[in-house]
Design a protein around this ligand. Structure first.
Ligand SMILES: Cc1ncc(COP(=O)(O)O)c(C=O)c1O
Length: 421
């Protein structure tokens, strides 16, 4: 009998990370430095209890929170989100207005719906090389093409972006290009932060090629880790502060990483006509994000408890990143190039060219045998036939492991690297 599954149902590949997670569960001694989870130790249990008690202590505040809300999101939270972003962006309010904010089930839902509203099968999305692998999975599932743009230590390689756009233009494929997706702060997986100047230059380049494309090409900025800065460098403003932001910048943000991954509330800012299209699509997905969780966040933001929580999380990750760095210095061989980040949850480690750390490599298998897990960097590269996928890199997270496990995990990984590198 033929399958009843849709083309999308048949095509959608298993998430690359799911077997990593299963592997972790099957080995109780295993230390996972793979997951992008936040730290249980700093999750806001007390704050959430206090805020939820406040909401549920009377029918007047409890009932609206336990009722369906609106598709775009709770008004107060939309307002607070716009104000919060304006503050982070130094008072800018160019494109950060509440009526352009949509509250979503994590930023993941926002990214998915934005691609639904923007792309038909065969369309092209430009991505950083490497990039967030779940974004690549959405592209795979929806039969969209990814084109990788090289990444430098300070963000996108602009010359390469121009080369890629020019090549697509020459081959007649520019009209299929819809967006450039950038994870702009403490990027997953490399930890790289993109400067405002680079965001500006990228936006200008996209604009330059719009004529030939015949339609707008959007800059999709994913700022998931923005608030997890723990170095003392200055914050970088978002692309929302740039001149054509109101027409061309799509912004994906989240309260997951800075507050609580389990609350899973994200948000997006969209130019028209995308805002209306995404809102209608969300109407079909779920006609509104869980209302109680939105009320929880609105109260946490308004009371200042949110900011206190973010400060606590930042201090914790600063400490854990320092522990990981010290352990890497002690245990890794000198020829491993470590990309250190000033925030987020990850280190990126590059082995010398020709030494594979990929899924089928001796290093990955030995690490698994030695009960330590990392994310093979190759999973973060798009299927782009114009270049070979590098396989000599590793994403190593200090997010969820305890300090003791970070030290021991890096010691185990170092022992593997000394054998093979
Ligand atoms: C770069 C990036 N964007 C978006 C997300 C999705 O986060 P959430 O849906 O919890 O907001 C993640 C999660 O790991 C991420 O790493």
């Amino acid at each position: 009998m033929k399958t009843a599954l849709s083309a999308l149902g048949q095509r959608t590949a298993p998430p690359p990370i799911s077997w990593l997670m299963k592997t972790a569960l099957a080995r109780p001694r295993l230390i996972s430095l793979a997951a992008g989870f936040t730290d249980n130790a700093t999750l806001p249990v007390g704050i959430s209890r206090q805020v939820l008690n406040g909401i549920l202590c009377s029918p007047k505040t409890g009932q609206p929170a336990l009722q369906y809300g609106t598709t775009a999101g709770e008004e107060k939270l939309r307002q607070l989100t716009a104000t919060h972003l304006q503050k982070l962006d130094g008072g800018h309010d160019r494109a950060h207005t509440p009526e352009r904010v949509i509250i979503t089930g994590g930023s993941q839902q926002f990214l998915y719906m934005t691609l639904e509203a923007l792309c038909d099968e065969g369309d092209v999305v430009l991505v950083e090389d490497p990039t967030y692998f779940v974004f690549l999975s959405i592209l795979q599932s929806r039969n969209l093409k990814a084109r990788g743009v090289k990444l430098e230590r300070d963000g996108l390689d602009l010359a390469h972006l121009e080369t890629v756009l020019e090549r697509l233009n020459k081959s007649g494929k520019l009209r299929r290009v819809k967006a450039l997706y950038l994870v702009t702060y403490f990027q997953n997986p490399t930890g790289v932060t993109t400067s405002l100047a680079k965001k500006h230059a990228a936006l200008k380049l996209l604009k330059k090629y719009e004529q030939a494309a015949g339609h707008p090409i959007y800059l999709l900025e994913d700022a998931a880790y923005r608030e997890l800065r723990f170095d003392h460098g200055a914050d970088v403003a978002t692309a929302l502060t740039l001149p054509s932001a109101k027409e061309r910048v799509i912004y994906a943000g989240t309260y997951s990483k800075p507050f609580a991954t389990g609350v899973r509330v994200g948000f997006g800012i969209l130019p028209e006509p995308l805002f209306t299209a995404v809102l209608r699509i969300k109407g079909n997905h779920d006609f509104g994000t869980a209302n109680l969780l939105q009320h929880l966040l609105a109260r946490a933001l308004a009371s200042g408890l949110y900011n206190g929580q973010v400060a606590k999380a930042r201090n914790n990750y600063a400490r854990k990143a320092a522990v990981m760095k010290r352990a890497m210095t002690e245990h890794f061989t000198a020829n491993v190039d470590i990309w250190e980040s000033g925030g987020g949850l990850y280190f990126w480690a590059r082995l010398p060219k020709g030494i594979s750390a990929g899924v089928n490599s001796k290093i990955f298998q030995a690490a698994l045998k030695g009960d330590v897990l990392y994310v093979p960097g190759e999973l973060c590269y798009a299927d782009d036939s114009s270049r070979a996928k590098p396989d000599n890199e590793m994403r190593i997270s200090f997010g969820s492991a305890s300090e003791e496990n970070i030290r021991e995990g890096i010691r185990r990984l170092g022992a593997v690297l000394r054998r093979f590198v």
